[in-house]
Structures are given as C-alpha cells and as structure tokens.
Design a protein around this ligand. Structure first.
Ligand code: 2HA
Ligand code: ZN
Length: 278
C-alpha cells in the first residue's frame, strides 16, 4: 500500500486540514508528529528508502531508539498536507542511540522534519512513559485565543488552568491535570524542548506564551479535541471579559461545581488547582 493510502497517513492529513480550517495554521505555523505502530510501519515499509545522513537532534531518549515518526516538514504549510503529502510530510527513523533521525519516506525536494522536532521528540518520550506507551500524537498549533490570553494573564499554570476550567463545564473532564506554561522563549531548538518536556510529565497540554500550544494524545482525535477544547475555552473567557468591560467574568463555574463534575464523571482533577479537592 502507498504510504498516502494508509490509515495513519489519512488521519494525519485530516488533522492538518481541520487545524487549518480552524485558523490555527497561518503560513508554516504549527506542526504534527505521530509515533507509528508496528502495524503502521509494516503497512508503509515497502515504500521506505532511507536517504541522507543521520541528523543529530541535540536531545536524546532511550525509549525512542528505533522508533518511526510521521512528521510535518520544516517550512511546510498545514493547508497543503492533504493534497501534497510527500512534499509536506515525511517519515523518519530514529537511530539506535536515540539521538538522531534520518528520512525514510517523503519530505521530497530537500525538506526536513519540522523545526520543532526536538520538542516533539522529547514530548513523545515523556508521554510514552507517562501513558504506558499509549500516547502517539504530539500537536503544535498557533491558536489565536491562547496567544491572546497569554498577553493578558501571567504565565502561571494554576491561574491559567482555573480560568480555562471555570469558563466551560466539560474542560475539567478533557484536561483534568490542567495546562503547563512555558514563559516566552525562542522556538525551534533543544532548550525550549527540554522546558516543554519537563511540563509534559505532568500536563497533557503546554502553552507557549505569545506563541501557541502543544498537546499530546493517544489518538489524532484526542490530540485535536484537546487543542480544540482549550482554545475554545480561552475564546469564551476572552469574549466574556470583553463583554464585561475588560473585567474578569463574574458568574463562572465554582470549585464546588467542578468537584461535582469530577465526581459524576469519575475524573480526578489536579488537586493543586482546585480548592477543596483532596
Ligand atoms: O513550524 O510553528 O514553532 C513553525 C512553527 C514553529
Ligand atoms: Zn509555532
């Protein structure tokens, strides 16, 4: 089967199209990686043709030695992924040392994996351990409400998480651990990758101040849904605050109500962010 026809490539492309339609991917903004299953690798292997040198990432992970990732390309546009998958995306293999990649499919015309590959890679490593290998998707988007909120609210995980949980009832079910915050940093390298990965030990989602957000998920649906939910809640808060003359909205969901939701849906919310939780 051609790589483009495989289930994972189709789902990968659909997320890119959906994210673009949401307005999260201006120009080459945002990127996506997927850690392939053994079945995905077998379905694609006939098309693999390793080429080029191993490229060091500046980060290393023992638990990703020999892994295969589908990735968007550096400088590529999310809106082109579905129509031009072999130019816009590719598959890379990780070396035995767990510190370098090489292209085995796609990224045609001299392209390389996303500039944020080190962050994706470290997040995959952390989330793989945190979820017993269930996590497979890491997604980065320039979602506008999150970026706007980060110009109004200090980069503090408790403050942000409470604003997001209090603005829409089911948020606490979708991201019960809350969101982590990386204060403004230069994107695209090993330093921001390490800061983000530290937070991914505790959170499924991490905000990059004045930049966007990283989310993790066991599936494309879970990762997209996480991004969508958090971005929507930020937008609701911003609209309410604007409608309230710039002041914080008054009739938001209380801690007691959040705890009631947690009990009803058997969710354990991060107790550090909820007064009255044990
Ligand atoms: O791929 O989003 O953070 C472009 C970016 C870098
Ligand atoms: Zn970005």
């Amino acid at each position: 089967m051609a790589v483009e026809q495989t289930e994972c490539a189709k789902r990968f492309a659909r997320l890119c199209t959906d994210g673009y339609a949401q307005g999260w991917h201006e120009a080459n903004g945002g990127n996506l990686t997927y850690r392939m299953t053994d079945a995905d690798i077998e379905a694609c292997r006939a098309d693999f043709a390793p080429r080029g040198e191993w490229v060091k990432m500046g980060v290393q992970a023992d638990n990703l030695r020999g892994a295969y990732f589908m990735t968007t390309g550096s400088g590529k546009f999310m809106r082109n992924v579905a129509d031009y998958p072999a130019e816009s995306t590719g598959i890379v293999e990780i070396n035995d040392a767990g510190d370098a990649w090489r292209i085995v499919w796609g990224l045609e015309g001299g392209a390389r994996p996303t500039s944020e590959f080190p962050t994706h890679f470290m997040n995959h490593s952390i989330r793989l351990d945190a979820t017993n290998g269930e996590n497979r998707v890491i997604y980065h988007a320039h979602c506008p409400n999150i970026i706007t909120l980060s110009t109004l609210i200090e980069p503090d995980a408790r403050t942000w998480t409470r604003i997001l949980w209090q603005s829409m009832t089911e948020c606490v079910i979708i991201f019960p651990q809350g969101v982590g915050l990386v204060p403004w940093m230069v994107p695209g390298g090993a330093a921001i990758a390490r800061e983000t990965a530290k937070l991914m030990e505790r959170y499924d989602a991490v905000v990059w101040t004045q930049h966007g957000m990283f989310v993790s998920g066991n599936s494309f649906d879970a990762a997209f849904g996480m991004m969508h939910t958090i971005e929507k809640s930020a937008g609701l808060y911003l609209a309410a605050r604007a409608a309230n003359g710039g002041k914080a909205p008054e009739f938001t969901i209380s801690d007691e109500q959040l705890l009631q939701v947690c009990r009803a849906f058997d969710v354990k919310a991060n107790p550090a962010f909820l007064d009255g939780a044990e």
